[in-house]
Ligand binder design. Structure first.
Ligand SMILES: Cc1ncc(COP(=O)(O)O)c(C=O)c1O
Length: 470
């Protein structure tokens, strides 16, 4: 992670809560030096897609929390559903043979929303733990078939699957890899990122797709299909930069997995629950029936933490072939009744308010408006679909050369946006946009106009600092 470029203290610095946070709160993806210096922007209130900080300044949150506040914040109905469940049954042991109504109802609901024979649901506390639990299921599935040697996993550079030991090892974002951390290296294999913007020179999209599929097929040959357990794949790579794989890539990688008895896991932690206008995109956008879908985030629209592993009848039947087999995985809060009640209400709201229609309509407009930024000197690419978008900033549009890391270009632009009252996510050279699914066309105009101003101001700063010619 690069050090943020901002040099001034946060606006709400000096207040007691700001100081408490700075002194005692260690954040996800924490930079010990810059955080100690600058502290955090402390939010106080959320309504719909808007946040208000402790100084009363209002922001449009174009990140949607962290791709997760799908129905928007501050809904009374959600508060009521959560409060009712707290009073009815705040907790019951989920282990082995005890359960609760919301967990049962939600698992049935998810089985109905998921494609094909994905009828079995294991609940976790978030996306990383869903991928971890899925890995355990995969190991058990192969073991139960007498194929314990299937231990290797394929995944991609630029992927993000979370931060547990396994999930961080599966992830392929170079900037997230810390030299002091250990990663599983011997059985996890990263294939080329399906990022067409960075494809080898002179290759068209179809050629790039063939190149990626050939590479995967070669890797399978090299390791031996009999040794490969699974392929973990986000349908669009999210945190790695909203990478939309070339046409046909997702389907062809799935076909390779089918052919070679490799479990295909679709990590729909970001793409699930409407960001691309569908409950899940695997089948609806890519005509794939994965063996496993993992999801989290939009499952509760972040009102409460919850993740889920949804897996197939095929796997379930194999796991049930031995009375001595126990799936010894799970957490105290697996299938937490209050979180499951929140998810059920969230799904009801997504359906009742036809929020996916808004995603399709406003999303098309969002894409078109963002593309108007391509006339700016440092905007190299606008990619993504609908409510999952990304601005790619480059030093040279011709050569696609990035700025050097110390420029911290994404952060500079995000800081200017913040001043203008819009939160966008910096990710090295990129600015990622993943707002609440309730965003309106007026909100889009506000976000795009703010981004234009922020990018222009940043360009001016870089000229002044000598990073760009005048
Ligand atoms: C695709 C994907 N998978 C998994 C995760 C991890 O989820 P969590 O942060 O809930 O553990 C994320 C988080 O951003 C994600 O984007």
């Amino acid at each position: 992670m690069t050090k943020p470029a901002g040099k001034t203290k946060r606006k709400n610095s000096g207040s007691e809560v700001w100081e408490q946070d700075r002194r005692h709160h260690v954040h996800p993806f924490h930079n010990f030096v810059s955080y100690d210096e600058h502290g955090a922007l402390i939010m106080d209130e959320g309504r719909g897609a808007y946040l208000t900080d402790i100084d009363g300044k209002r922001y449009f949150d174009a990140v949607g929390g962290m791709w997760c506040t799908n129905i928007g914040l501050g809904r009374q109905e959600m508060a009521d559903a959560i409060a009712d469940q707290v009073l009815q049954l705040a907790y019951a042991n989920p282990f082995t043979d005890m359960s609760n109504g919301p967990a049962a109802r939600l698992s049935a609901k998810l089985a109905g929303l998921a494609p094909g024979d994905l009828n079995h649901v294991f609940f976790t506390c978030g996306g990383s733990t869903a991928n971890d639990a899925a890995f355990r299921l995969i190991q058990m599935y192969h073991g139960a078939r007498g194929k314990k040697q299937k231990r290797h996993i394929l995944c991609r550079h630029d992927a993000y699957h979370g931060t547990t030991y396994l999930a961080a090892s599966l992830s392929g974002k170079a900037g997230d890899r810390m030299p002091d951390f250990e990663y599983i290296e011997d059985t996890i294999h990263h294939l080329t990122s399906p990022n067409f913007y960075r494809a080898p020179e002179g290759m068209d999209e179809a050629g790039f797709c063939d190149y990626l599929i050939d590479e995967m097929a070669r890797k399978i040959g090299e390791l031996g299909a009999e040794n490969i357990a699974a392929f973990f794949a986000e349908p669009f790579l999210g945190s790695g930069g909203v990478i939309v794989p070339p046409d046909g890539y997702n389907r062809r990688t799935w076909e390779l997995c089918q052919e070679h008895d490799i479990i295909y896991l679709a990590d729909e932690v970001v793409t699930g629950f409407g960001r691309l206008g569908h409950w899940f995109v695997s089948k609806d956008m890519f005509d794939i029936e994965p063996d496993i879908i993992t999801c989290a985030k939009g499952l509760t629209s972040a009102y409460l933490p919850l993740g889920a592993v949804i897996f197939s009848d095929r796997m379930y039947e194999v796991l049930g072939n031995d009375a001595d087999r126990w799936f010894t995985a799970g957490n105290t809060y697996s299938g937490h009744p209050v979180c499951c009640a929140a998810a059920l209400k969230n799904i009801e709201i997504l359906q009742r308010e036809k929020i996916f229609d808004n995603v399709r309509e406003v999303g098309e407009y969002f894409e078109a408006q963002l593309k108007t930024l391509l006339d700016l000197r440092i905007v190299g690419d606008i990619r993504g679909r609908l409510f999952m978008m990304c601005v790619v900033n480059v030093m040279n549009k011709e050569t696609r050369e990035f700025f050097s890391p110390e420029v911290d270009i994404g952060k500079r632009i995000a800081d200017h946006c913040e001043t203008l009252g819009v939160i966008v996510r910096p990710a090295a050279d990129l600015n990622i946009l993943s707002p609440s699914l309730t965003m309106t066309k007026e909100d889009v105009d506000h976000v795009v106009a703010s981004l234009r101003t922020a990018i222009e101001r940043t360009t001016g700063d870089l000229i002044e600092a000598g990073y760009l010619d005048a």
